[in-house]
Design a protein around this ligand. Structure first.
Ligand code: TRP
Length: 434
């Protein structure tokens, strides 16, 4: 596994370099790429988090409070959740209520501006590495759909088929096909076609001069040293990988989408994503003021644990580590009964006497993601901890929560025609007021 390298990109450029940002000039050598050594300082040897790997030796999962310190982001405090409720007039999504989205950058500024009638847009994405998507992949999309609804704002979704071509042993055509197939699952989350643009990099990059100009601007203002520090690239990584971060950064700037924003470069961007994508956006936020653009704000989610336990995130390449969006009710039941790591005791007698541990129990963790009723969830937690609820019973509740959820997703996906996909993926104006 790669070790995560920490950089100081989040800190103030002038403070670090003693220079002002000069728009149009590449950064001087050897600045802002210092590795602050956190990984070797022993702050957190057990957690490994980067865009390609997530692992920890702790059964409860990654220590997210420590990650906030390492990444230099801010914790989503109750106060911020309350503020979102006040500003939108909507009950906060369970992902906010339960700390599943747990970290942010600049969310208070976004809300300040929104309160003054200055709107923003959403940007999220997916790397289409296979046709098979699992429930974990839906987390950012479920949340983004909620944000789109409560704020009533436009959304762009990047499908990085180019990234997957560069990183995996796949043909371009395959990656592109996965992008279109994945778009159907994304559309099935319920996005508003009048407010959403989904694009494949292979398609959109070549068709949009404005997008490509931003990519090259970013490429000019980030050095090899910097991306090496952030992503751990080595001399033997192909140059496609080394320059790819600029392509993931470009949608953070509104003038990459002239058909939507009419050439405006100052529309604030908010990116909901899993915390492992943060390196891309630390780089983006670092480069933004140097090329005259606002920094994107971020909302970070924790990882969706594998069935085997929270030490790692779900992987689409291991069929038994995940609940797939194509699984039948029977497969869902069997996988949970067979593979979901249990925090229960070995025998019923012991379980009744000592109770189970919901903190390491994967079925309970999944319910925190998908069971919306707070009171019911709390009761399950107490009953499981006291021993009143057995592991088999807990698993049954999860099975009965996921089966209809997945079935409904499959039903909605079936309704998504090639024509609908084309509509979402065609560059066009969107319907909104800024
Ligand atoms: N690199 C991401 C992945 O492999 C895909 C992605 C592109 C993305 N742009 C994004 C994810 C913006 C979140 C937000 O999944």
């Amino acid at each position: 596994l790669k070790c995560f390298k920490i950089t100081l990109l989040g800190t103030d450029y002038k403070h670090l370099t003693g220079q002002d940002y000069k728009a149009g000039c590449p950064p001087p050598e050897n600045v802002v790429n210092q590795d602050n050594g956190a990984a070797t300082d022993g702050i957190d040897e057990e957690d490994n988090v980067d865009p390609w790997n997530v692992s920890t030796s702790n059964a409860k999962g990654v220590d997210y409070d420590k990650l906030i310190v390492r990444f230099g982001s801010s914790k989503i405090e109750t106060e911020l959740v309350d503020r979102i409720e006040k500003v939108t007039g909507q009950k906060p999504h369970r992902f906010l209520r339960r700390g599943i989205f747990f970290s942010h950058r600049d969310m208070h500024q976004v809300l300040d501006a929104y309160e003054k009638n200055k709107s923003f847009y959403l940007y999220t994405g997916r790397g289409p590495s296979s046709e098979a998507m699992h429930v974990g992949h839906l987390i950012p999309f479920i949340f983004t759909k909620w944000l789109q609804d409560v704020f009533d704002i436009p959304l762009v979704i990047q499908l990085t088929d180019d990234e997957k071509y560069l990183w995996k042993d796949l043909a371009i055509e395959e990656c592109h096909r996965f992008a279109v197939e994945n778009a159907k699952d994304i559309i099935a989350c319920g996005f508003d076609v009048n407010k959403t643009f989904i694009f494949s990099d292979f398609d959109y990059m070549g068709s949009s001069p404005e997008f490509y100009r931003n990519v090259v601007k970013i490429q000019k203002h980030v050095t090899y040293n910097q991306v090496k520090g952030i992503f751990g690239f080595t001399d033997s990584d192909c140059i496609g990988k080394i320059s790819f971060p600029a392509i993931q950064a470009a949608p953070s700037f509104s003038n990459s989408f002239p058909q939507i924003f009419g050439g405006r470069k100052d529309v604030q961007c908010l990116i909901p994503c899993a915390i492992d994508q943060d390196p891309y956006f630390r780089m983006t936020r670092d480069v933004a003021p140097r090329i005259g653009y606002p920094k994107p704000a971020l909302l970070h989610s924790s990882f969706f644990p594998a069935l085997q336990g929270a030490q790692t995130k779900m992987s689409a390449s291991d069929a038994n580590s995940s609940i797939f969006l194509t699984d039948t009710p029977k497969q869902i039941k069997n996988k949970i009964n067979k593979h979901a790591f249990s925090g229960g005791k070995d025998t019923i007698e012991e379980h009744r006497k000592f109770g189970g541990n919901p903190d390491v129990d994967v079925s309970f963790m999944y319910l925190t993601f998908f069971l919306d009723d707070d009171e019911q969830l709390e009761k399950i937690k107490q009953d499981y901890s006291s021993g009143a609820l057995l592991t088999g019973e807990l698993k049954k509740i999860l099975i009965e929560t996921l089966q209809p959820m997945i079935a409904q997703h499959q039903e909605r996906r079936k309704q998504v025609t090639e024509e609908t996909v084309k509509q979402f993926m065609t560059p066009r104006p969107l319907n909104f007021k800024l």
